[in-house]
Design a protein around this ligand. Structure first.
Ligand code: CA
Length: 236
């Protein structure tokens, strides 16, 4: 049996905290928790958890500052827990270095899926497998990074250079939400206009080529007000 993954939960609402701790334990994770940011940060530093679940609304410190603090010294995956209406906060959290977010109220299976994805990505990064990994595969879609060829059900589909850049950036971060701003600065450079109209136009073109029904996407999902998430790579 593989050693248990250790998860640190930082959440000030006792009910939610208890619920998550119980859920994680019954899913065979080791759990530590803190009810405020400062004890959370010391537990993070002392315990070296494999993943951190972080509530953004904490009594003693802004959750965004907690992320920035941790990112000064650790790449541990951070999944942010936030309220439904706080789109701006989620974007800030992702741009500050959070790996993902989950919106309250959330279901157990959604939480577990997010945790598995984040842990898997971090294992791959730690083992430095990503640079040698040269294919993305999901359902009928295959992206061959080396040959610069994209096929759907075996047929080559042509993408413009910009479309290819967008698609491969999302694929290389599959399973993770990429904010509009980080996508724009990756594709058009850090000084690009952060107006996302051009991004939306390109995304519409990508979807037309990629999805059999662009209104009901199978590969790239829109996180409204935040960014895009591409379906997990099956080739891992
Ligand atoms: Ca809270």
């Amino acid at each position: 049996m593989s050693p248990k993954h250790e998860i640190l939960l930082i959440e000030d609402e006792r009910n939610i905290c208890n619920f998550i701790v119980t859920t994680l334990k019954s899913n065979d994770y080791k759990v530590n928790y803190a009810l405020n940011a400062s004890s959370g940060l010391s537990l993070a530093a002392a315990g070296c958890p494999d993943l951190i679940l972080l509530d953004l609304g904490l009594p003693d410190m802004d959750g965004i500052d907690v992320i920035r603090n941790i990112r000064n010294w650790s790449n541990v995956p951070i999944i942010v827990i936030s309220a439904r209406t706080q789109e701006k906060e989620k974007v800030e959290a992702l741009d500050a270095g959070a790996d993902d977010y989950i919106t309250k109220p959330f279901g157990t299976s959604e939480l577990m899926a997010r945790i598995r994805t984040a842990l898997r990505r971090s294992t791959i990064n730690n083992n430095m497998l990503l640079p040698t990994q040269n294919q993305y595969v999901a359902k009928d879609l295959v992206i061959d990074y080396e040959k610069h060829i994209i096929t759907i059900a075996g047929n080559i589909v042509h993408f413009t250079q910009i479309e290819y850049k967008i698609l491969t950036y999302l694929a290389q971060n599959a399973g993770k939400v990429i904010t509009y701003d980080s996508l724009i600065s990756h594709v058009w450079g850090p000084f690009a206009d952060s107006n996302n109209r051009i991004l939306r136009v390109n995304m519409a073109n990508i979807r037309r080529k990629l999805e059999s029904n662009p209104a009901d996407p199978q590969y790239i999902f829109t996180e409204i007000g935040i960014g895009y998430r591409m379906i997990d790579n099956e080739n891992l």
